[in-house]
Design a protein around this ligand. Structure first.
Ligand SMILES: [Mg+2]
Length: 259
């Protein structure tokens, strides 16, 4: 049996989103404005919110949980009262960054999704984030394919990555988020595919777990030196670049690493 559908997470799989930058810039902005009076008490310095702080305390967490964790760790007084304002401004900041095009699509992911679609496999987007569409509509597939020296009869002039999807369930309010399989089950249904005929591409443990709970094949993309964690979560294959997936095997319905 070959794959009938492929379901893609967005953040970390298709695009590198500017979450870290938005969290850090908003933190510094608040201390320059509304929180100026607590600068001393908080021991504030613009260099304190580092990449390591982001990875350890914010990354992968829901918005409010990440905001509170960062504020507590950085010693901000009355963190619980300030968390909503911080999260709200961070959301404004990230939307502004996305609208300014301050993010990157992953070339390997674009090559992969075009090849998959070219095999006749139907494709869906399934991000938990309500921002996903903002990214997807800014990535141009016609210019990307041309730059790669590729021609596809399904890529038309001005086509965006958002236009490529046969189904998009991103940002919907499901009763339970990943690792519950509901988001992927809904995507499979909207593609008109059985779960067993679907491949899910994910960069997070919760997403791999959701795919397996939904009886789907799970492909883990480890972009942060975290292949072991995706393996432990039950991925059928983990790669560090989607270029490493064998397209020949995929066409035959098998998920394998290429030569
Ligand atoms: Mg992700």
């Amino acid at each position: 049996m070959s794959f009938a559908g492929a379901i893609f997470d967005v953040d970390g799989v298709l695009v590198e989103s500017p979450h870290e930058r938005a969290w850090i810039e908003t933190f510094n902005q608040l201390f320059d404005t509304e929180w100026q009076d607590i600068r001393q008490q908080a021991g504030y310095h613009p260099s304190r919110f580092t990449h390591e702080v982001y990875l350890e305390h914010v990354s992968g967490k829901p918005r409010l949980a990440g905001a509170e964790s960062a504020l507590v760790h950085l010693g901000v007084p009355d963190a619980a009262q300030r968390v909503h304002r911080y999260a709200e401004l961070k959301q404004h900041r990230i939307i502004a960054l996305i609208e300014q095009g301050e993010f990157e699509g992953f070339d390997d992911a674009l090559r992969f999704i075009l090849a998959v679609r070219d095999m006749g496999i139907r494709v869906a987007a399934a991000s938990s984030s309500k921002n996903a569409g903002l990214f997807l509509k800014q990535i141009r597939l016609d210019t990307f394919a041309a730059a790669q020296g590729k021609r596809y009869d399904f890529v038309s002039e001005g086509m965006s990555l958002l236009d490529l999807f046969d189904a998009d369930v991103s940002g919907r309010d499901f009763a339970q988020g990943k690792p519950h399989p509901e988001i992927f089950e809904t995507a499979a249904r909207e593609l008109g595919c059985s779960p067993e005929g679907c491949l899910v591409v994910e960069d997070a443990m919760s997403g791999i777990e959701a795919a397996k709970a939904g009886k789907m094949t799970a492909l883990g993309i480890a972009r942060h030196d975290d292949a072991d964690r995706l393996d432990d979560a039950g991925a059928d294959l983990v790669v560090t670049s989607l270029d490493d997936v064998s397209l020949e095997a995929l066409r035959a319905g098998r998920l394998e690493r290429g030569a």
